[in-house]
Each structure stands twice: as structure tokens, then as C-alpha cells.
Design a protein around this ligand. Structure first.
Ligand SMILES: O=C(O)CCC(=O)C(=O)O
Length: 285
């Protein structure tokens, strides 16, 4: 369970990192499963597999090859791996999400984001909530460090306090780019902090927090398992950008039969046409 100090810090900054969020056994199962997926990716030249809405499950960075694999994203890993489903349902991460936006929480979506050594994968600054409007914004993105995260292997970069608003436009020149304008990042660059920690740590982030990350410049992989939970009494207001057979599952607590609304205004997002938001961020500059 989180302490009051951790909960207060989360609501002040919009982010906290907590160590030992999964057991050593859970962590090893996640690592082994991901290594198998990387090995499998060596056989492929383009994105492969399929998720609920027909898009590919496995997303390869341009430049991927069998010699230097650059598997950058596995969508909805909980659908195909009992190790990932177990962590999503039965780890301390669920307790933390319940402490922050519960007591009752539902699963929204999950993904693995990877930056393998030699790959150029980077994430432009964005706010997750701008991809997924809900009736209320009690939504947590939990980023579990499957590998240790250092200053050199492309750590998550966040702008503390930015979850309090505004919700910035992710539309530029009539394209949903999945990123905020460069000027927003420039204006806030003095405040950016990098979230590092040993493997097994989890970074708990409010879904409205501005964040991004740079390429991995080290020889060590940087794999994150990212799960989004939301308050049980929120309802989606636009199509899910990563629909899963498990979306809406009640992970903790009970059904209230209520819908709760918070006050905000934002532009309606667009579901990616390509495999994931990586293609939106690259193609729609
Ligand atoms: O992989 C990362 O560094 C950030 C991931 C992220 O922001 C996302 O997938 O929405």
C-alpha cells in the first residue's frame, strides 16, 4: 500500500516511482516472455500478429532486422501471456492504482514498450488522456521497469505538475500527431525530470501528465510493461485506441452502477491507422 506521503506527492507532481512492485518470480516471467517475443521478431520483416481491432500486435521500429531486432511495442500482452495477465491482475501495482483512484478500478489497456540497444525508438511528449477521453480523469498509467532504467537507456521523462492542466492539442495541421507542439516542451524544459530505478520498480503517472522519452544510447535494453487503470465510475467517451478483450475488466472493488463526471474540454482524438501511436508520431509531424 502507498503511504500518505506518496499519495500526496502523486497528486502534487502527477508521478511517483515505487520499488519492488512485483515479485522476483513475476519479474522473471515477464523478462523471459519478452525475450521469446524478441527472438520471434527476428523472423519478421514487418509488423505482425493481430489484436482485437485487426491491427498488428507486434510493432517493429523501421530498421529492424534479424541481426539487430527493434521490437518496440507489443500491444495487449495480457491477451497472449499469463505472466503479463497475472501482473496486471495480481501485483502490488493494482493496490497502488486502487490507493490512488479506487477503491474500485478497471483495466483500460496494456502494452510493452521496448528500446532495444541499437534501436532509435523515442517517444514524443504527449498526455495519455488526450488519446482517451473519459467522463472523469481518475486514470493511472503504471509503467513497470522490466529492466533497470538508467539515465542512458531512454528513461521516461516527465513534467511534474502538468497533470493539473491544460490538456494540450495533439492535432497539428489537421493531423492527430499523438504529440504536443515542440514549443510546449521547450517552454517546460527546465522542469523535466527523468524517472530511473531498479528493475521491478513502477512509475505511477497521472494520465494527464506530459511525458516522453529519448532513444536508448546504452548497450542495455529498456523494457517497460505499461498498464492503464481507471476509476470504476468512469466511462469512455471515444473509441478505445488500443481495444483489448480485457478492457473494462473490474480488477479491484465492486460495481457502483454510477457514472461520475469531471469538468474539462479537449479535442477528440483519432485512433491510429498504423500499428500504434509510434506511426502517428512519426508520420504526422
Ligand atoms: O516508452 C516510453 O518511454 C513512454 C511510453 C509512453 O509514453 C506511451 O506509450 O504512451
Amino acid at each position: 500500500m502507498l503511504t500518505k506521503a506518496q499519495i500526496d506527492l502523486f497528486w502534487k507532481d502527477g508521478v511517483i516511482t515505487v520499488e519492488n512492485a512485483v515479485t522476483p518470480y513475476q519479474l522473471k516471467c515477464l523478462q523471459d516472455t519478452f525475450s521469446e517475443w524478441v527472438e520471434d521478431s527476428r523472423k519478421h520483416k514487418q509488423d505482425f500478429g493481430e489484436v482485437l481491432d485487426g491491427r498488428p500486435r507486434f510493432d517493429l521500429e523501421p530498421g529492424h532486422s534479424s541481426e539487430v531486432p527493434a521490437l518496440r511495442r507489443v500491444q495487449s500482452p495480457e491477451e497472449i501471456s499469463s505472466a503479463y495477465a497475472d501482473v496486471m491482475r495480481n501485483s502490488k501495482i493494482v493496490d497502488f492504482a486502487a490507493d490512488l483512484v479506487g477503491p474500485s478500478v478497471r483495466f483500460h489497456h496494456g502494452k510493452v514498450n521496448s528500446k532495444l540497444p541499437g534501436s532509435a525508438t523515442k517517444v514524443k511528449f504527449h498526455q495519455d488522456f488526450s488519446f482517451q477521453p473519459m467522463t472523469n480523469d481518475d486514470m493511472i498509467t503504471a509503467l513497470l521497469f522490466v529492466d533497470g532504467v538508467t539515465l542512458d537507456n531512454g528513461p521516461l521523462e516527465v513534467i511534474p505538475g502538468s497533470h493539473k492542466g491544460p490538456l494540450y492539442s495533439h492535432w497539428h495541421n489537421d493531423n492527430f500527431t499523438g504529440a504536443v507542439a515542440d514549443t510546449i516542451v521547450e517552454e517546460n524544459k527546465e522542469n523535466i525530470i527523468k524517472c530511473t530505478g531498479p528493475k521491478g520498480s513502477v512509475c505511477l503517472m497521472h494520465a494527464s501528465l506530459l511525458h516522453g522519452s529519448a532513444p536508448n544510447l546504452s548497450s542495455e535494453p529498456r523494457t517497460l510493461y505499461i498498464v492503464t487503470y481507471y476509476a470504476e465510475d468512469a466511462i469512455e467517451l471515444s473509441p478505445n485506441h488500443l481495444p483489448s478483450t480485457l478492457t473494462h475488466e473490474l480488477i479491484r472493488g465492486k460495481v457502483s452502477g454510477k457514472v461520475r463526471c469531471s469538468r474539462y474540454t479537449m479535442l477528440i482524438p483519432e485512433v491510429p491507422k498504423g500499428t500504434s501511436f509510434f506511426s502517428q508520431q512519426v508520420e504526422n509531424k
